[in-house]
Design a protein around this ligand. Structure first.
Ligand code: UP5
Ligand code: MG
Length: 195
């Protein structure tokens, strides 16, 4: 795709920072297509006949990044299907969370417009995830997996944010506020960057 055909905003931030919540707001008001890489992986994991099911389950429980071939293929397919229906604006949530993914995606699919970075203290994220874990059914919403997700975020995903920061393509949103207050920042960023 060219940047004219498709616009992609990457949505990054620690586990539980509120990426999914704010993407849902943008879908409601701005008609973006929301593609959560984690949701796509969980759907693939439970799809009957998937050859990746067990592998994905393992990576998610361990808070590790699934090999990029799998995630990028899922994203590419989802973007193509939506594009075929005339959709052009995408929020790619929880991706790219490793340098190789960032480079491959921008080379093989489309360069991103910018990255929305959700900055949130760990203690706030921990509290949100444990609360959600009571009902989410997610295999990784438990203290042990959450710790591993935090470590992976710092070691593996922050370098991606820093990479885009150097290109002046990051807008930081501070997330230790109410959903509405965070959304005000998100709306302002989208307005500034893509009108
Ligand atoms: N909440 C949200 N905003 C709030 C606010 N302002 N005030 C108070 N509460 C707020 O929110 C989390 C919880 O907090 C919810 O209960 C919400 O109501 C509340 P949510 O919007 O769900 O946060 P989000 O940032 O989306 O958290 P999530 O848990 O989805 O983040 P992760 O990045 O950990 O999860 P994801 O699904 O992206 O990835 C899961 C795993 O998949 C990864 O660990 C990895 O193993 C794998 N993965 C890959 O391997 N490759 C990829 O490319 C992507 C994922
Ligand atoms: Mg999410």
């Amino acid at each position: 795709f060219s940047e004219k055909e498709v616009s992609v905003i990457f949505v990054l931030g620690g586990p539980g920072a509120g990426k999914g919540t704010q993407c849902a707001n943008l879908v409601r008001d701005h008609h973006f297509v929301h593609l959560s890489a984690g949701d796509l992986l969980r759907a693939e994991q439970s799809r009957e006949g998937s050859k990746y099911g067990e592998m994905i389950d393992h990576y998610i429980r361990e808070g590790l990044i699934v090999p990029q071939e799998v995630t990028i293929a899922l994203l590419k397919q989802a973007i193509q299907e939506n594009y075929d229906q005339g959709k052009k604006k995408f929020l790619v949530d929880g991706f790219p969370r490793k340098m190789d993914q960032a480079l491959t995606f921008e080379e093989q699919i489309v360069p991103s417009k910018f990255t929305l970075f959700f900055d949130c203290p760990e203690n706030v994220m921990l509290k949100r995830l444990l609360e959600r874990g009571k009902t989410s059914g997610r295999a990784d919403d438990n203290t042990e997996s959450i710790k591993k997700r935090f470590a992976t975020f710092l070691d593996t995903s922050m370098p991606v944010v820093n990479h885009f920061e150097k290109q002046d393509k990051v807008v930081k949103v501070s997330c230790d506020h109410s959903v509405d207050q965070v959304y005000e920042q998100v709306k302002a960023a989208v307005r500034d960057k893509i009108g």
